[in-house]
Design a binder for this molecule. Structure first.
Ligand code: SF4
Ligand code: SF4
Ligand code: SF4
Length: 275
């Protein structure tokens, strides 16, 4: 039997989702009986251009990304967005709050805008048709496995359409929001098995928002934790800035979060101290 050929591509990302796949392959080598990997920069040198399924990690953040994305789409029968950067725009889209010139200067210095190409970060679905998405920052390895199996069987993967709290309650976790720790579980799409709350960390909505999320009630809960309206906006937009911008005036924000010329936050990295 000829095995389907798959390829991995990275755009603007930390490559953590690809690393999760490498990690998975160490314990699930059987996956290689089902597919032939022809391109995977994280794990091999060869670069085969003949593939049927493309996994794309990272967001589109510059004009030259578009041509590469079109080429992948032209070759692949199926395109899968791998992780929050590709699926939602993810943390990369936080920069869309400011003008690109402002961000380029902040990151690369005075000549940044002349030397480094950049524009507003977008999910890959804003540029090409995407057949399936594996959410998360990083992806959940077992969800990756499940979605690959479904794709190979010719089935269309569907993401859970209920909030994270459902999974969290099934695990019989105590609710962090009742213990003084903010958690965005009520407005977040399930599928990661509530991993962060299970280990005591509040969810930050890296899988995107659940359908029909009750943002107003979520804001009320977060106000109860003493968070300011601005803090709540920041939490909502950490992974979902692009989605909020797409909602326009319906975005559940206290004020518009696009401030092209506002000063960027001061770096939290302290300069090395001289002895
Ligand atoms: S989704 Fe998260 S882990 Fe995956 S590439 Fe983007 S930043 Fe890295
Ligand atoms: S800890 Fe978070 S995910 Fe779990 S039930 Fe509470 S709000 Fe929902
Ligand atoms: S619990 Fe929330 S932040 Fe953590 S992986 Fe799941 S969706 Fe992402």
């Amino acid at each position: 039997m000829t095995k389907p050929k798959i390829a991995f591509f990275d755009f603007t990302s930390c490559e953590g989702c690809q690393l999760t796949v490498v990690d998975l392959l160490q314990t699930h080598l059987g996956l290689l009986d089902l597919v032939e990997i022809v391109q995977f920069r994280e794990a091999m040198t060869e670069k085969g251009e003949d593939y049927q399924i493309a996994f794309i990690e990272g967001s589109c953040t510059r004009e030259s990304d578009e041509e590469r994305l079109y080429k992948i789409r032209e070759q692949a029968d199926l395109v899968v967005a791998l992780g929050a950067c590709a699926h939602l725009g993810g943390v990369n889209a936080m920069k869309n709050r400011w003008s690109i010139e402002n961000v380029q200067t902040y990151v690369y210095g005075e000549n940044g805008k002349d030397n480094y190409e950049s524009y507003g970060a977008r999910p890959i679905s804003a540029v090409i048709k995407v057949d399936a998405a594996i959410p998360g920052c990083p992806i959940d390895r077992f969800e990756f496995l499940k979605i690959v199996q479904m794709v190979l069987q010719g089935r269309t993967p569907k993401l859970p359409d209920y909030p994270l709290c459902v999974e969290c309650k099934l695990k019989e976790n105590g609710c962090l929001n009742t213990m003084g720790k903010p958690c965005l579980g009520p407005i977040t799409r399930a599928g990661c098995n509530a991993i962060c709350p299970t280990y005591g960390d509040g969810c930050e909505a890296c899988r995107g928002f659940a359908p029909e999320a009750n943002f107003e009630y979520m804001r009320e809960i977060l106000r109860g934790h003493g968070l300011s309206e601005e803090d709540i906006d920041a939490r909502f937009s950490m992974f979902n800035h692009y989605q909020l911008m797409q909602m326009g005036e319906d975005a559940p924000l206290s004020k518009p979060i696009v401030e092209p010329d506002a000063p960027l936050p001061t770096s939290t990295f302290a300069a090395p101290q001289e002895n």
